[in-house]
Write a protein that binds this ligand. Structure first.
Ligand code: F6P
Length: 541
């Protein structure tokens, strides 16, 4: 395995960037090549991708793919799927793909399907609300034990059991859990304590608080109202939880929604739909393994990420899902990408001479348009934008009359037009001359027409990718998330980093344990830095 900067293709890309990349103009590229959209759009299971509005040409793709080959991307991918211990700092395999492999295929199939069968039959009993009496499901977990289910349950709202409400408690800030508990009754509530390690401070504090609340409010039968999803079955038992669905150390937290951590998703959408979710992800796994690199969507997206980060110098990527159900997708992707690829040393521990993970951020469209899109259009930074459009809506139609339904359909068209218009505006821009020709001219007593036209012009040539789903279903959502996982694998693989550990979260945890007693009255602060000591003094006052 060679690191990207040590490949011949890296040097070729540097030259290509200077000659054709830095001044690449999207508008000219479309004018030159009427087939650009056809050549640069790609089909993967459940997802159509238009890459044509990106700052690249055939030569860019050619050199990027050469670089992937030189970095041994295919061998790295095969090692992951084969269960080699590619997480070298923790000596672990990385096998979330095994969680969605059909029965009898993939490593650990017997254990995976035993847990899957058990959890799915258990959720069906919970979903029989007339018998179970459950009306509220509260997932207590953080990071990978929270963000996946928290992202997916609203995304699949059209499939969610109408008699169940889902709540997600993650923050150690008591405002989080107290706002949820206020609305609950013990007899109607199921708590899922979700933690891979079952040691995470926030989750343990919230789980203990939930149990104290349950008992104080007269709840009985903890065994029926608390369930755990964890690799640490002994710790869950010590907590007093008798129903536990396990998983394994070869499932990373941020890749765990396909495991028992997906229990709230399964409870929301039911066993059959949960299996469809897994099948969608598996279809994307097959695409990642089988499609040639030049038509392999996760590979192409990962390569584009390297192109923008290391050659164009983009420090962030904005994700704009044009579907309100995907409102938590940017937060989910922040953990997936930034915890995976926010690394500064290579696998051998050598400090990297180039940048890795960009900042990933965003909000659903159209809300973002009325907030930060100003910066995307006229700010000083190059920020590639990723539009996610869903062609057909899945409004729960029950109880809505025909007139309301057709209004909703019109709003869907309005939504899609907005998404398309934004990517078009980013690319096309508007010259000062065009702005000057606008009628009627806006008036200002302080700026003449020429000055105003400069404020009202757009440079354009700002890149975007559009991912298009036909409908947001368990299958297409599973495929979309697996697409992102493999894209992160691709860029991490080229950067030569370990995308599967997260040592960067440890120091703060240790220091928090040290500071906790110091916050109490009389706690020692003299040996601390002056800022921390000063803040503690103010907090104690
Ligand atoms: O602190 C980071 C982290 O370890 C994440 O990687 C993980 O998803 C999260 O905490 C929660 O961990 P656990 O599932 O063990 O509670």
């Amino acid at each position: 395995m060679i690191r990207c900067d040590r490949t011949a293709a890296w040097a070729a890309l540097k030259g290509h960037f200077e000659a054709h990349g830095r001044d690449f103009d999207l508008r000219e590229a479309f004018a030159r090549d009427p087939a650009r959209f056809a050549t640069l759009s790609f089909e993967a299971p459940g997802v159509f991708a238009d890459l044509s509005k990106n700052l690249l040409d055939a030569a860019t793709i050619h050199f990027l793919i050469d670089m992937a080959r030189e970095c041994g991307l295919e061998a790295q991918r095969d090692a992951m799927f084969a269960g080699e211990a590619i997480n070298t700092t923790e000596d672990r395999a990385v096998l979330h793909t095994a969680l969605r492999a059909p029965r009898g295929q993939g490593p650990h199939s017997a254990e995976v399907h035993a847990v899957l069968d058990a959890m799915l039959s258990w959720v069906e009993a919970v979903r029989d609300t007339a018998v179970s009496g459950i009306r509220h499901v509260v997932n207590i977990g953080i990071g990978g034990s929270d963000l996946g289910p928290q992202m997916m349950v609203p995304a699949l709202d059209a499939y969610v059991h109408p008699g169940l409400q889902f709540h997600f408690v993650s923050n150690v800030d008591g405002h989080d859990i107290s706002a949820v508990l206020r609305r609950l009754k013990p007899a109607e509530t199921l708590f899922i304590v979700a933690s891979k390690t079952f040691t995470t401070q926030e989750t343990m504090a919230n789980a203990q608080l939930a149990r104290a609340w349950f008992e104080a409010e007269g709840g009985t039968d903890i065994a029926r109202h608390f369930v755990a999803t964890t690799t640490n079955v002994e710790a869950a038992a010590a907590f007093g939880i008798t129903t536990t669905f396990g998983f394994w150390d070869w499932v990373g937290g941020r890749f765990s929604l396909w495991s028992a951590i997906g229990l709230p998703i399964a409870a929301a959408i039911g066993a059959d739909h949960f299996r469809e979710l897994l099948a969608g992800a598996h279809a994307m796994d097959r695409h990642f393994v089988e499609a040639p690199l030049a038509a392999n969507l996760p590979v192409l997206l990962g390569l584009l990420d390297v192109w923008y980060r290391n050659f164009h110098g983009a420090t962030s990527r904005s994700v704009a899902p044009y579907h309100q159900g995907l409102r938590r997708l940017p937060a989910y992707l922040q953990q997936l990408e930034m915890e995976s690829n926010g690394k500064r040393v290579d696998r051998a521990g050598e400090v990297l001479p180039y940048a890795t993970s960009p900042v990933v951020w965003g909000e659903p469209g159209t809300n973002g348009q009325h907030a930060y899109f100003q910066m995307l259009h006229q700010g000083t930074d190059l920020i590639p934008v990723e539009f996610i459009l869903v062609r057909r809506p899945t409004f729960g139609s029950a109880g809505l009359d025909a007139d309301l339904l057709s209004r909703l359909e019109r709003q869907q068209t309005l939504l899609l037009a907005n998404g398309l218009a934004q990517s078009q505006a980013l690319m096309c821009g508007k010259t000062a001359e065009q702005a000057l020709a606008d009628k009627p001219l806006p008036t200002s007593t302080q700026a003449d027409a020429a000055t105003l036209s400069r404020h009202r012009s757009f440079p354009g040539n700002r890149p975007s990718t559009t991912l298009l789903l036909d409908r947001l279903t368990p299958h297409s959502l599973g495929a979309l998330i697996a697409l992102y996982e493999h894209r992160v694998f691709t860029s991490g693989g080229l950067w030569g980093i370990n995308s599967f550990d997260q040592w960067g979260v440890e120091l703060g945890k240790v220091l928090c344990r040290d500071l906790l007693p110091r916050l109490a009255a009389g706690g020692a602060t003299a040996d601390l830095d002056a800022s921390t000591a000063g803040l503690i003094a103010r907090l104690r006052a």
